[in-house]
Design a protein around this ligand. Structure first.
Ligand code: PLP
Length: 406
């Protein structure tokens, strides 16, 4: 099955237009291939569409791990309400981008004592996900004379159905099992930490709005139940995200309308049950994934026993996700195009591979594409999230990939 070429990027004269420029012109200005290009207008449009659909009470956070490029973060900082980080390195990126500390929250297992102390010093919200973090936060609070701002990340007793990656329900390294939450809430109260609320993140890459609606309803109900054990009023209720984008043939776009309607109902209930709570959702790939492309150049065109291979200067060392080696069980192709021959009808079946000496270095396996030659630009769509930063760029000592915001 073939992908339709992404409709978010315009095409003129058979050539993809990126950031208002024909792709070869952009490649010339970047100066070398491969590169990632992220389109700021598409990011702004995505945020604006989402805001127009969601109820106004909902705060929109960006999960920095999806794409930590500083310029992109600086752009997003203008249009979102906060950022979720998962390391001291991401804390620095967020603060450098001008995100105010009260709009930053810190989740993740295995936070070190040093990271927790940095978080307290910065004045950001820490999502506690281990009993171990409580005395460390208390010590840092005492040392700095400011109480640590904390929320409890809860591992609920349900799963996010149909999620690409499940991060809640059952035995997980993330969050505190719901059954243990009352005990930790008591400990938070006894140690004098500033309790502010709850965090849920049951899973990622979900294209089924009914599953997201159900997870948000159950997370909200659990938060109301646990609030009875909390040492202070709930000021922040982060219901997670998990909004997916279509990557593979046959996948359809997530329908946001039912999620928005459900969040409006939750906001109305929260006004009574948790009257001081601000409701937050945190999104990564949904905000930036479709606004980014990966561009590499065809170096060679080879024929092996009847199969055509386009060998490019890009590969899994720079785009691990598109190679299928970042969490895919059965390898599937990302949407791909020849950037200067978008609509040519002289098509053939080709595989696009990278320059690495491993059979895993496949960017597209047996796809129908216009006939391409060395020098042509290959474009991989849906590449704005989990691209450069998740890729093993040191593997085989090729130069690092360039990233541009256009
Ligand atoms: C990874 C992660 C996200 C972002 O996930 P996306 O699928 O990119 O939206 C958000 N919150 C937490 C806690 C995460 O671990």
């Amino acid at each position: 099955m073939n992908h339709p070429v992404s409709t978010l990027f315009p095409v003129a004269d058979d050539t993809l237009i990126v950031g208002g420029q024909p792709l070869p012109r952009l490649a010339a200005r970047v100066g070398r291939t491969p590169f990632y290009a992220y389109d700021r207008a598409l990011i702004s449009r995505r945020v604006a569409q989402l805001r127009a659909t969601l109820p106004p009470q909902i705060k929109l956070h960006y999960a920095l791990k999806a794409n930590p490029m500083p310029a992109l973060l600086g752009h997003l900082a203008q249009c979102i309400d906060g950022v979720d980080i998962a390391s001291a390195g991401e804390l620095k990126l967020a603060l450098d981008a001008g995100i105010p500390p009260d709009a930053i929250s810190f989740a993740g297992p295995g936070k070190t004592a040093a990271e927790l102390a940095q978080a307290v010093a910065a004045g950001i919200l820490v999502n506690i996900e281990s009993v171990r973090e409580i005395p460390l936060l208390a010590a840092a609070s005492q040392e700095m004379g400011v109480p640590a701002r904390v929320a409890l990340r809860v591992n609920p007793d349900f799963e996010l159905k149909a999620a690409g990656m499940k991060m809640g329900g059952g035995s997980k390294p993330f969050g505190i099992d719901a059954a243990m939450a009352p005990e930790l809430l008591a400990a938070i109260g006894q140690t004098g930490l500033a309790f502010e609320g709850f965090h849920f993140f049951p899973g990622s890459q979900n294209l089924k709005s009914a599953a997201i609606v159900e997870a948000q309803q159950r997370s909200f109900a659990l938060a109301v139940e646990l609030a009875a054990h909390a040492p202070a009023a709930v000021k922040s209720l982060n219901l997670g995200g998990g909004f997916g984008i279509p990557y593979f043939p046959g996948e359809t776009r997530l329908d946001i309308a039912p999620i928005a309607a459900n969040l409006a109902a939750i906001a109305a209930d929260a006004a009574l049950a948790l009257p001081r709570a601000e409701i937050v959702i945190e999104l990564g790939r949904y905000l930036v994934g479709e606004a980014g492309i990966y561009v590499c150049r065809v170096i060679d065109r080879k024929l092996s026993r009847g199969q055509v291979f386009l060998v490019t200067d890009g590969g899994l060392h720079q785009h691990l996700s598109a190679s299928g080696n970042f969490g895919q069980v059965l390898r599937k192709n990302y949407p791909v195009a020849i950037g200067t021959r978008i609509d040519h009808d002289c098509r053939e079946t080709v595989s696009i591979v990278g320059p690495l000496c491993t059979p895993l270095d496949v960017l597209a396996d047996r796809v129908q594409l216009p006939h391409a030659q060395p020098g042509d630009l290959v474009v991989i769509f849906q590449s704005g999230a989990y691209g450069a930063s998740v890729s093993p760029q040191a593997f085989l000592a090729h130069p690092p990939v360039v990233e541009v915001l256009v």
